[in-house]
Design a binder for this molecule. Structure first.
Ligand SMILES: [Zn+2]
Length: 188
């Protein structure tokens, strides 16, 4: 004998409404009844037996829900990270320069980013003096961080901050010196 309300239109037990079974006759108990509606035994809350099938199904649904939420978060994070990395790569590839020394100095330092390398060179306006100072291996690891392999010290993380119109970037620590940070300007 099944209570009508416990059965859905497909004739299956409605999970949501079945919480406990009577310890005496096994009847499904959905309300906080004092007596079992089937056998009339007094129901003691402590003695009510979990309908383990129903509970297990509920737990499975909760676990499945959590797994789906976590998966969605991970995929979203990966996509955002990918977009941020692509954007930073694009910004860096445009080329960066800095005047060394005082304002009237003719020595222009240049950072030339390619896919995996940064060429650091100076330009003086005199071809015979122009020199490539170093080539660093690098990789973009997030929207504001690169890893650089300088001077064989292993991979170091450098933070990159842009100004609003992305014409200036601050590297911390500095790439071309031992300073805490340095500023580079995008080519005109
Ligand atoms: Zn009963």
């Amino acid at each position: 004998m099944c209570d009508e309300s416990l059965v859905d239109e497909n004739g299956e037990i409605n999970d949501k409404q079945v919480d406990f079974i009577c310890h005496n006759c096994g009847e499904n108990i959905t309300n906080n009844n004092e007596y079992c509606p089937k056998c009339g035994v007094k129901l003691n809350t402590d003695e009510l037996i979990f309908n383990s099938n129903t509970k297990n199904k509920s737990y499975l649904k909760i676990i499945l829900g959590i797994v789906i939420i976590i998966t969605v978060i991970l995929i979203t994070t990966a996509i955002i990270n990918y977009i941020q990395i692509s954007n930073l790569k694009k910004e860096l590839l445009q080329g960066w320069e800095r005047v060394d020394g005082d304002k009237n100095s003719n020595i222009l330092c240049v950072l030339d980013f390619s896919e995996n390398e940064i060429d650091y060179r100076v330009e003086t306006g005199y071809k015979w003096i122009d020199t490539k100072i170093a080539t660093f291996e690098y990789k973009v690891i997030s929207g504001n961080k690169i890893k650089v392999n300088r001077f064989g010290y292993g991979w170091e993380t450098i933070n990159i901050e842009f100004n609003d119109d992305k014409t200036m970037m601050k590297l911390s620590p500095a790439l071309t010196s031992v300073d805490d940070n340095e500023y580079w300007f995008q080519f005109d």
